[in-house]
Write a protein that binds this ligand. Sequence first.
Ligand code: UDP
Length: 472
Amino acid sequence: AEAGRPPHVAMLVTPGMGHLIPLAELAKRLAARHGATATLITFASTASATQRAFLASLPPAITSLSLPPVDLSDLPPSAAIETLMSEECARAVPALTAILSGLKNTTRLVAFVADLFGADSFDAAAAAGVARRCLFFPTNLHVLTLILHLPELDASVPGEFRDLAEPVRLPGCVPIPGPDILSPLQDKSDPCYRWMVHHGRRYRDAEAILVNSFDAVEPDVARALRAPEPGRPPVYAIGPLIKTDAADVDTDAPREACLEWLDRQPPRSVIFVSFGSGGSLPAEQMRELALGLELSGQRFLWVVRSPSDEGAVNANYYDAESKRDPLPYLPQGFVERTKEVGLLVPSWAPQIKVLAHEATGGFLVHCGWNSVLESLAHGVPMVAWPLFAEQRQNAVVLSEGVGAAIRVPDTKRREEIAAAVREVMAGEGKGAEVRAKVAELQKAAAEGLREGGAATTALDEVVRKWTGGGDD
Ligand code: UDP
């Protein structure tokens, strides 16, 4: 009788559209390919309109439910986003245990999947008697390797990463200069550093780690992780999992206007500028970016948010809507001077459709991993402008590792911005190499997702273990 029911997978989504979107995509793939059903368990703190609309758009095999609100009022206002997410998850363990126990009674619950800040929720899965506990890592193999090595780096690296004279070298990884190491690791006195070390330990409790990446974009570290290592769960590169269907949050009229605008631009002539679901720039950088885009002479489509100066750089993270009207922060006359070549979209754009549009020829991106994968899947070369989290590290991997992006120097002067944009869009040297590399990666990504491809085979293997067909 058990075998007659569809396998069910429970997934815990820590806050952020960047976590929700790929997990939902994983659920869709499990449903479509393996006949599974899934429950996405979200936190009450992230019940934004954007998130609600997204959840409502998912196919019927995927349901969602929200944990009851978790009290975080004792944490200081300065608490880092990683601390908030980790605390929220740890404190939700009792409620999550009850939810998982319920799902166990009503479904054929074969596995529990937590994302990168959610490893403490394995305790809930264990208490509820869910046999298979997996980690879904929505970023890449480089970041995973770093986090897995944190317990030992914590013991061996004295002082702050940013003060290291030599870049951090890990097996198969592009050497990462100290200042580019994940932002939550940059101040060891901050509780978020301790949390990350803690996660590095807890990841080892997973039965498997599923990573939203693919070999061609980080081949050496993929090879290093394929070698089994005692005490480390097997790692499966199952990406790129990106939003595939058009019918989602992006359907209201003003947003579609940007696609109509793209329809009127020449092929590969527009650079798309966006900083993810939560990123915004300090006012000074926002002005410099405007002037840099103007100076580049390229057409641009820019998702503009009000500046980040008042509050954390990721203040928009829990809610994708821009807090204030961003247009008054732009340089005087900018909108008027660029109206023939540029389009500004407040807060949110249908990013996948923009990247898929033939008029789009480049992506100035904050290097959030979902955005990077979406860019690669559509063959769009990147200008890297990292902000926070693991974005600086991703920028190193993309620009100095695989060569899929040109990075804007930290000084962020308009001339530097213009030069990077021009090079990626039309340059004959580095730009041409980047464009060729990205075309190659686009093919490799598609290859992996085909029948018999690496990503498909990897996920098949995971599901076989979940459903009892595996040999472990
Ligand atoms: N996104 C979008 N429109 C926007 C901004 C973001 O559709 O205007 C989507 C984007 O396609 C991606 C996700 O939101 O799927 C952002 O995830 P990413 O990992 O790139 O960055 P994060 O938001 O986590 O910083």
